[in-house]
Design a binder for this molecule. Sequence first.
Ligand code: GAR
Length: 188
Amino acid sequence: MRIVILASGTGSLAQAIIDSVASGDLEVEIVGVISDQPDAMVLQRAGKSEIKTFIVPMKANRSDWDRDLSTLVESLKPDLVVSAGFMRILAPDFVSHFRVINSHPALLPNFPGAHAVRDALSAGATQTGATIHWVDKGVDTGKVIAQVRVDISSDDTQESLHERIKIQERGLIVATIRSLIPGLESEN
Ligand code: GAR
């Protein structure tokens, strides 16, 4: 099974997938890691593991960028696209053409959007977590595949809470991709 990873930043989720593939725990081929950010650490991480990396920087004309991303992903022929810390909203045509999952640092439908950890803290929530979901045309509205809960402590900062979420999220994304393999293979 061929997967493409989309990521914008540090790439610790991508690294968890890369490590699981390298150890044989996850039987997929990572055919590319794509970032919208030229300096994203995820590109170095993937490069170290000799995975092909691609940069698709945002353009003044958003639909040109959508087309560039779609053309690139199409050329990689993925069975699954994994959005793992990708901080861009994918175009409706993209999500209807490719099978896309996203990892989100909250228990959806609570706290969608780009500031999920901050929003959970400022709402005074006592629990949050991470969600892996299918991506549809909305923002973090697609069908939930898997979730994990994380308790919020009274002394949590955004950074401490996000790091605890990400520890859980790394395991969840790998386990979720693994769980999707049989279904995706039978569709081929
Ligand atoms: C993860 O917590 C992921 O859920 C979040 O970015 C982090 C990426 O961490 N994504 C979003 O907030 C998307 N709305 P990483 O760069 O260490 O993999």
